[in-house]
Design a protein around this ligand. Structure first.
Ligand SMILES: [Zn+2]
Length: 278
């Protein structure tokens, strides 16, 4: 079961070298690279949450993607840049430069196969910046390559209707959304009796700063939480998780179909598709 939730017919690593060499229309085939983490998620969730969520969501999306939309998913990169959690046992982290180098070399490999559309689908909130830099650098190396640095939670989904306002704003780790999704994906790995609610200490009233958003400060998880949870895990229900998963899968199926159709607005530009002269 190396493919996890991904339908076997959509799992790139189950193809052969001959399948890749002879595949027609590779320029418009969408390749997905899940980018995740192995890091603490409080007392009630396993270290693998981000890895399970990105594979679970993409698997459910690919299962409902029309057969006529060509798309393959690579095996996940389970190790991410998780040093904000480093003081909690169990966390594995690699440096930003290691992760960027790995993503860059995966991109070069996918381009060498003849594919021209690659989406990094990241599920860990501590590394979107690294994913963006790696995608931009690969785009610069390969003028005919379309790259998409994406975050798994950013497609339209049911979060806003399911989560309490405070949770939407500050429930950023192992809270209601992640717990509910894990109850839907891997119920045997959720320790229901160990769920907690822990919100971070408040900034002074009127502060322009916030934990995330436009004017953040650089925190470590132990600045914000004793348990490792930042949010309310106790509010999660299975029904909520199933609803979230269904909405995320719909969002990703729609986005993958759009990536398949995507044409870079500059594709008529003669400078694109060839090495630049300067
Ligand atoms: Zn997480």
């Amino acid at each position: 079961m190396l493919h996890g939730w991904i339908p076997p017919s959509r799992f790139l690593a189950y193809l052969t070298t001959e399948d890749i060499a002879s595949m027609p229309g590779k320029a418009d085939v969408v390749i997905l690279q899940p980018v995740a983490a192995i890091e603490q998620h409080g007392p009630h969730l396993p270290l693998a949450v981000d890895s399970a969520i990105v594979m679970g969501v993409l698997g459910h999306a690919l299962a409902r993607l029309p057969a006529g939309v060509p798309c393959y998913c690579l095996p996940p990169i389970c190790y991410g840049k998780s040093n904000e959690h480093i003081r909690f046992p169990g966390t594995v982290t690699v440096s930003a430069s290691t992760l960027a180098a790995l993503l860059g070399e995966v991109a070069d490999s996918v381009h060498r196969m003849g594919f021209r559309k690659l989406a990094f689908v990241n599920s860990h909130g501590g590394q979107p910046q690294v994913v963006q830099v790696a995608a931009r650098d690969a785009r610069e190396r390969h003028p005919d390559f379309d790259l998409f640095p994406l975050f798994v939670w950013n497609v339209p989904n049911a979060s806003a209707e399911l989560l309490a306002p405070k949770e939407l704003e500050t429930g950023i780790h192992a809270g209601t959304a992640e717990t509910a999704l894990m109850m839907a994906l891997l119920p045997d790995q959720v320790r229901m009796d160990k769920r907690v609610c822990e919100y971070p200490p408040m900034l002074p009233a009127g502060s322009m700063l916030s934990i995330e958003g436009a004017l953040p400060y650089a925190w470590l998880t132990d600045d914000l939480s004793r348990s490792g949870v930042i949010g309310d895990a106790t509010a999660a229900t299975l029904a909520m998780g199933e609803h979230l998963l269904d909405s995320l899968a719909d969002g990703w199926a729609a986005l993958i179909a759009e990536l398949h159709q995507f044409q870079n607005p500059a594709s008529g530009n003669p400078a694109r598709g060839s090495e630049r002269s300067s």
